[in-house]
Write a protein that binds this ligand. Structure first.
Ligand SMILES: *Cc1c(COP(=O)(O)O)cnc(C)c1O
Length: 404
C-alpha cells in the first residue's frame, strides 16, 4: 500500500497491558466491527460492547462506574452539562398532561425549562415550599409524575427534610429526582437515606460534574445516576435519541480530578464555614445562610443527614454560603461591595479553585418571599482554595469601601 493509506491502516498494534495510574483516553465516533454479524448483534444498552462513540467508550464507561461509586448508585449516564442532566430526566419521564413539582429554591434553569419547553408541550409544573413536606404531600396529585428535590437549595441554601420528602414520594408512587450537586456524593448518600427497617432514597441523582468533580472551572458535564435498571434504561433511551454525548477530553479531565474530590470538598467546606462565621459577626449582614450554622434554615435536617457521627467530626457541606445584606444598604451599595472584592471574582458556577461572588435579587427568583429569610439583597459566595485569611481580608476591605 502507499501513503496516506499506510498512515491509516498500518498494522502495528501496541503491546497489551500498559499499566499507569490514569486510564487511557479513547476517542471515537466510529467503532470498528470485525464482521457484519458482529455489527448486527452488538448490544449497546448494557455496556457489554461498543457500537458508536455516542453510546460510550472505555473512557466514559470508567467515569460512569466511578461516579456510581461516589454516589452509591448502580447506573450512570454522562451528559454535556448539569442542565442537560436535568433536561434528560424531564424529557424522559414527562409527557403532555403530566405535572412536575419543583422546590421553590431550585436551581433557576430547572424552573426555566419547566416554564419554556415543558409548558409548550403541555407539561405543567408547580413549585412547593422546600421547608414544608406537608406542602409537597398536598401538591402531589394524579398527574404528578416527577418530584425534584434539592439539598441544600440553590442560592439560599435551606436544607430540607430530605428523608421525609423521599418517604412521601415513595408512599405516593412518584419518582423523585435529587439535584445532588451540592452534596456531590460526599455530604450524604442520596440512595441510602433511611434505615435497615425502612430503606429510603431518591430514585434519580443528577449531578453537575461542572462543579466539584471537575474542580477546575474548566469543564461542563453532568451525570444522571440511578439504582433501578428499568428506570436507567428509560433515561438511556432518551439520552440516545437526543444525542447527549460527552467529549473524551472532558471525560479525561474529570477522571483526573476525581481522586482529589474528597480532599477538595473538605477544604472548600472548612474555608466557607470560617468565612460564614466571620460574616455572622458583621451587622451589615442581616442573615448568613449556611446549613451548618445553627440558625440557618434547615440546620437540624442538615445535622441529621450530613453529621450522622454526631459531633465526632464537623459534618460535611459544600463551600457555599450566602448573606442577606441589611436593607439600609440598597442594591447599588451591594453591587459596589461585589465590585470592590479583589479575590472573589464575579462569575457563575462554583467548585473550582477561584472564589466567586454573585449578587441576587431574590424577589424575582421565588414565588413568594419565605418567612425564614430576612429582607434585603442576597450575595452568594463560592469559596475557592485560596488562603482563607486572604479571603477574609478581601471581604473586610470591600466592606470598608461599600458597606460601612
Ligand atoms: C451548576 C448547577 C447546575 C447546572 O450545571 P451546568 O453544568 O452549569 O449546566 C445544576 N444544578 C445545580 C444545583 C448547579 O449548581
Amino acid at each position: 500500500m502507499s501513503m496516506p493509506t499506510d498512515l491509516i491502516h498500518h498494522p502495528y498494534a501496541p503491546p497489551a497491558a500498559f499499566a499507569a495510574p490514569q486510564p487511557g483516553v479513547f476517542k471515537a465516533s466510529t467503532v470498528i466491527f470485525p464482521n457484519v454479524a458482529a455489527m448486527r448483534n452488538r448490544e449497546w444498552k448494557d455496556k457489554s460492547g461498543y457500537t458508536y462513540g455516542l453510546h460510550g467508550t472505555p473512557t466514559t464507561f470508567i467515569l460512569e462506574e466511578r461516579l456510581c461509586a461516589l454516589e452509591g448508585g448502580l447506573q450512570c449516564l454522562l451528559v454535556p452539562s448539569g442542565l442537560a442532566a436535568i433536561a434528560n430526566v424531564a424529557l424522559s419521564l414527562l409527557v403532555s398532561g403530566d405535572e412536575v413539582l419543583i422546590p421553590d429554591n431550585a436551581y433557576g434553569p430547572n424552573k426555566t425549562l419547566a416554564n419554556g419547553e415543558l409548558k409548550d408541550w403541555g407539561i405543567t409544573h408547580r413549585t412547593y415550599d422546600p421547608m414544608d413536606p406537608a406542602d409537597l404531600a398536598a401538591k402531589i396529585g394524579p398527574r404528578t409524575r416527577l418530584v425534584w428535590l434539592e439539598a441544600a437549595g440553590s442560592v439560599t441554601l435551606e436544607f430540607p427534610d430530605l428523608v421525609e420528602m423521599t418517604r412521601i414520594c415513595r408512599a405516593k408512587g412518584v419518582i423523585s429526582a435529587l439535584d445532588n450537586t451540592w452534596g456531590a456524593g460526599l455530604a450524604f448518600n442520596a440512595f441510602d437515606l433511611g434505615t435497615v427497617a425502612e430503606p429510603l432514597g431518591v430514585d434519580i441523582s443528577v449531578h453537575a460534574l461542572t462543579k466539584y468533580p471537575s474542580g477546575g472551572g474548566d469543564v461542563l458535564m453532568g451525570s444522571v445516576i440511578t439504582r433501578d435498571a428499568a428506570l436507567h434504561l428509560k433515561l438511556k433511551l432518551t439520552h440516545m435519541r437526543l444525542g447527549l454525548g460527552v467529549s473524551a477530553n472532558d471525560t479525561e479531565t474529570v477522571l483526573r480530578s476525581l481522586p482529589s474530590i474528597a480532599l477538595r470538598y473538605r477544604a472548600h467546606d472548612a474555608a466557607a464555614r470560617t468565612l460564614a462565621s466571620w460574616c455572622q459577626g458583621r451587622d451589615a449582614f442581616a442573615q448568613v445562610l449556611h446549613p451548618a450554622l445553627a440558625d440557618s434554615p434547615g440546620h437540624a435536617h442538615w445535622a441529621a443527614l450530613c453529621n450522622r457521627d454526631g459531633g465526632t467530626e464537623p459534618g460535611r457541606a459544600a463551600g457555599l454560603f450566602s448573606v442577606i445584606v441589611d436593607p439600609r444598604f440598597d442594591a447599588t451599595r451591594v453591587d459596589a461591595f461585589c465590585d470592590a472584592l479583589r479575590l472573589f471574582k464575579l462569575g457563575y458556577s462554583w467548585g473550582g479553585p477561584m472564589s466567586l461572588v454573585v449578587p441576587y435579587e431574590l424577589g424575582s427568583m421565588r414565588s413568594r418571599w419565605p418567612a425564614h429569610l430576612a429582607h434585603g439583597t442576597l450575595i452568594r459566595f463560592s469559596v475557592g482554595l485560596e488562603a482563607v485569611h486572604d479571603l477574609q481580608a478581601d471581604l473586610a476591605q470591600a466592606m470598608v469601601q461599600a458597606l460601612a
